[in-house]
Design a protein around this ligand. Structure first.
Ligand code: HEM
Length: 173
């Protein structure tokens, strides 16, 4: 199976988001203030890194063609496309809503030595939206990424069967 750089970067971004999610939960359960702050800083850092990696995935995808997959049922193809589209939007919204939440709570971290500026005033409606959406968005990403992974496995199975069939047809003709 060949992996396109865009696919590798895309799943790396999802892995980083999942780790950021775990750190958020871990931080909330930690009694020590020092450990909680360290978990939050790493959480924010990984979330921003996920955004960068995801943008790199989009650029890699734009620059190179994805490998050909053998035809699969129409329902699978449409479900994969819509799941991916939703996931793309959520992967952009998640770090931005976190940034808004951090602006709301005054908990902005630094990223590669760059101190994050607030994205909105702490008492603005935009910051409130970030605050309301952020926790829910993390859960949505995990659920939809799990579905996307499952659909990918089905697509790969159709691809492998298609390749075997084409090879057999070529040998028989
Ligand atoms: C992209 C992956 C991210 C995921 C999956 C994620 C997920 C979460 C979750 C599940 C929580 C707990 C929410 C709750 O208690 O209702 C949380 C809290 C938080 N997140 Fe994120 N987040 C991400 C990125 C970010 C980024 C990039 C920032 C800031 C730059 C950020 C800032 C925060 C802040 C400030 C909190 C509140 C922590 C506290 O006060 O205890 N997050 N995040």
């Amino acid at each position: 199976m060949r992996w396109h750089p865009a696919t590798v970067l895309y799943w790396m971004a999802i892995g980083l988001v999942t780790t950021a999610f775990m750190l958020a939960l871990l931080g909330e359960e930690t009694p020590s203030t020092y450990a909680r702050d360290a978990a939050l800083r790493s959480h924010e850092w990984l979330g921003l890194l996920a955004l960068l990696v995801f943008v790199a995935a989009l650029i890699a995808r734009w620059l190179g063609k994805l490998p050909f997959l053998h035809p699969m049922p129409e329902w699978l193809s449409s479900l994969r496309a819509s799941t991916k589209a939703v996931l793309y939007v959520l992967l952009i919204l998640q770090p931005l809503s976190g940034w808004l939440l951090a602006s709301h709570e005054g908990k902005l971290t630094s990223f590669f030595g760059w101190k994050l500026p607030p994205l909105a005033a702490p008492d603005s409606t935009l910051a409130d939206y970030g605050y309301l959406y952020h926790g829910l968005g993390g859960v949505l990403i995990l659920l939809i990424a799990a579905l996307a992974f499952r659909l990918n496995i089905s697509a790969r199975i159709f691809d492998i069967v298609g390749r075997i069939r084409s090879r057999n047809n070529a040998r028989d003709s």
